[in-house]
Ligand binder design. Structure first.
Ligand SMILES: *[C@@H]1O[C@H](CO)[C@@H](O)[C@H](O)[C@H]1NC(C)=O
Ligand SMILES: *[C@@H]1O[C@H](CO)[C@@H](O)[C@H](O)[C@H]1NC(C)=O
Length: 660
């Protein structure tokens, strides 16, 4: 049969094919909805219901080998953590396009310590089961609380040396009578323990009764606060008359000399990959960051009572920063010139779940100065030259129960990358019988913020996985010590000065660094094989946030699980299995397979493909301004070129086209 050339179906096919061919893909692309469906179908065919109870707890890209090569048929693999009939499975599925159908390559039962990330669905179910439990209903009646005005949350139970036999959460509840801000109204003393696999109550305690703090003044909705201030600002306008200065093609962002790739992961959220900068002189891209993401957030509360001691959260490993990413609101969470990107994860049943507007990308000019100089020393001349600071930001927000984390990755024309974490949202409150500080003669583990209201002391430790590839993947960690030197030449009246001593870390132990105890130490990742024209080693320096480290005792259970938080910096040789600082199975995990234990192997890290793990954090001493909502507090770090360029790249930065 002869086809007419103008067969519309054929033309449709040609257009489809050509769009497939020209579509840019990246080996580190997140799993597409189609790929998620393929993985779900393949695994459910092997473990069909109702004979199997199958739930998906993680599904993501199984990283291709590094350094990857752009082959015709790149292998695409998915890595899955599933619970199948109460056992944990690790499953690898080959979903490469050239295969006729997806193939399971590995399916192994995990028998070690710890459990996978909790799904949102099972937490909701656990809360429901708790609220329907008759002794709980009785307790609420006794307290004269209406069930329809109660909100419950699932709390992971941590690990305190116990044998882990069950996936368990403790459900704790709040009253939202007269306020949407139920976090301010904890129902202390009542805990319902729920087995997540059986989805049934396995424990109940109604131990103490303290007054529920009052609702008055706690609701945060704007309309509840009419008339409390007469200042309304006049508004702002952000216009880019010539459009955005960046492009995004299939998650590859190009802006000025920068190019990087974005992907979204259920566990860690935003991942920046293959960030590189263009070398105009040699017309080549110079790699900087192969992969950067927030690997874990450790949040231990400093309260040693029955209802609180276990609150030692690992937000990524236990709750999933990606699965708790919230949709960004245009013009509010991001400025009007932002572009939004959707993400996909697998839900508990393995099917693709669209997560709208998980990232926004925008250029920022906030009136800041990138560089300036006024020259007043040249006779009869007065020269002022300035470059405005225009940067590119990728933003994402995860809300883990009460806390909202705002994450910004900001790219600078100077070659710097700054990462900023904003902590906001609402405090975790403990109910107390006290109304005034004078009444308190015992440890209350926090600050009395309002009558019956204690803001608990706690920490946040953010551990970033920074797989820097400075001009290639063979890199070293360079320590630069600033040291006081004595002047030995007696003809000079000065007695002292400082200079630097540089040391390369040979093994993982050499790179365990707590910056708080070494304020004059500078840390860089360098490429010892690449020198500038005058002979300096090319590198990027880490400019840290105010260094803090965990104050818990080394042998305290939560600290064993988060042992890396005693250090600001750790370095490991690249290993594709070592991505998540708190280990693969964090829930109830005993810390035996974590970043800190990996580094005990003391592997060589000199002139190797290395990963820099940087931990920054905040000790939160609560104060009254944290009640009933928290002002945003920010912390961040910078990766800054250090002998990476021959001269300052700012020199060639052009002024924006139109600025009025
Ligand atoms: C506050 O103002 C908003 C908008 O004008 C209005 O809808 C709301 O009813 C007001 N609330 C109160 C408590 O007055
Ligand atoms: C890679 O990491 C895994 C998990 O820590 C470990 O079992 C394996 O031995 C590591 N491989 C190398 C070469 O260090």
């Amino acid at each position: 049969m002869k086809h007419s050339f103008f067969n519309p179906i054929l033309i449709f096919l040609i257009i489809q094919l050509s769009s497939l061919i020209t579509t840019e893909t990246h080996p580190l692309d997140s799993l597409s909805p189609h790929e998620i469906t393929q993985v779900q179908t393949t695994i459910s065919q092997i473990y069909p219901s109702p004979t199997h109870i199958l739930t998906f707890h993680y599904m993501g890209l199984d990283d291709p080998p590094k350094p990857k090569t752009a082959t015709q048929n790149p292998t695409r693999m998915a890595y899955v953590i599933a619970r199948i009939n109460r056992t944990t499975h690790e499953i690898t599925v080959d979903i490469s396009k050239h295969l006729r159908s997806p193939t399971i390559l590995i399916d192994k039962v995990y028998k070690g310590n710890g459990y996978p990330t909790l799904t949102n669905e099972e937490q909701n179910n656990a809360n429901k089961v708790a609220m329907e439990y008759s002794p709980f209903v009785e307790s609420m009646k006794k307290r004269k609380l209406k069930v329809e005005e109660i909100v419950c949350l699932s709390f992971v139970i941590g690990w305190f040396g116990q044998k882990q036999e069950r996936r368990i959460v403790k459900v704790r509840c709040y009253s939202m009578e007269d306020t949407i801000n139920f976090y301010m109204r904890p129902i202390e003393g009542v805990t319902v323990t729920v087995d997540l696999d059986e989805m049934k109550v396995v424990g109940f305690i109604d131990r103490v009764e303290v007054p529920i703090p009052k609702a008055y003044g706690t609701d945060y909705r704007e309309e509840k606060h009419n008339g409390t201030t007469d200042f309304v600002h006049q508004g702002f306008r952000i216009i880019q008359p010539n459009g955005a200065g960046f492009t995004i093609d299939n998650d590859i962002v190009r802006w000025g000399k920068w190019e990087f790739h974005l992907s979204f992961d259920a566990r860690v959220g935003l991942i920046i990959s293959t960030a590189s900068i263009e070398d105009l002189e040699n017309k080549k891209r110079r790699p900087i960051l192969y992969r950067g993401f927030l690997s874990e957030v450790f949040v231990p509360y400093m309260d040693a009572t029955d209802e609180w001691y276990y609150r030692t959260y690992f937000d990524a490993g236990e709750y999933g920063l990606g699965q708790l990413t919230v949709p960004l609101q245009p013009n509010i969470d991001c400025p009007p010139n932002a572009v939004f990107i959707d993400g996909y994860i697998a839900s508990q049943d393995g099917k693709p779940l669209k997560m709208p507007k998980v990232f926004c990308v925008f250029e920022r000019y906030s009136g800041d100065i990138m560089w300036r100089h006024t020259e007043a020393s040249i006779p009869n001349q007065f020269i002022t030259e300035t470059r405005r600071e225009v940067t590119l930001i990728v933003r994402t927000i995860s809300t883990i129960g009460n806390y909202d984390y705002i994450f910004d990755w900001e790219f600078f024309q100077s070659g710097s990358i700054k990462v900023k974490v904003g902590l906001t949202g609402i405090l975790e409150i403990r109910g107390t019988k006290y109304n005034h500080k004078d009444q308190i003669h015992e440890e209350i583990y926090g600050t009395l913020l309002a009558p019956n209201t204690v803001g608990s002391f706690h920490d946040h430790f953010f551990t970033f996985h920074l797989d820097l590839d400075i001009d290639g993947h063979l890199n070293s960690l360079m320590k630069t010590f600033l040291e006081t030197r004595h002047v030995t030449n007696h003809n000079i009246p000065r007695k002292s000065y400082w200079s630097v001593k540089q040391e390369t870390a040979n093994t993982e132990c050499d790179a365990r660094i707590h910056l708080g105890s070494k304020p004059t130490l500078e840390i860089s990742v360098v490429n010892p094989n690449k020198l500038t024209k005058v002979g300096n080693i090319k590198g990027y320096r880490l400019i840290p946030a105010t260094p803090i480290s965990s104050l818990l005792m080394d042998d305290d259970y939560p600290q064993i699980r988060a042992a890396n938080t005693k250090y600001s910096v750790l370095v490991t040789p690249y290993n594709k299995s070592e991505k998540w600082a708190s280990g693969l199975f964090t829930d109830q995990g005993s810390g035996d397979d974590t970043l800190a234990t990996w580094t005990l192997r003391n592997r060589d890290i000199k002139n190797k493909d290395i990963v820099l793990w940087y931990t920054m954090g905040l000790h939160h001493v609560t104060c009254q301004e944290d009640f009933p909502i928290m002002p945003t507090i920010s912390a961040g770090f910078e990766l800054r070129p250090s002998n990476f360029f021959e001269t300052n790249p700012v020199l060639s930065v052009k002024s924006p086209k139109s600025m009025t």
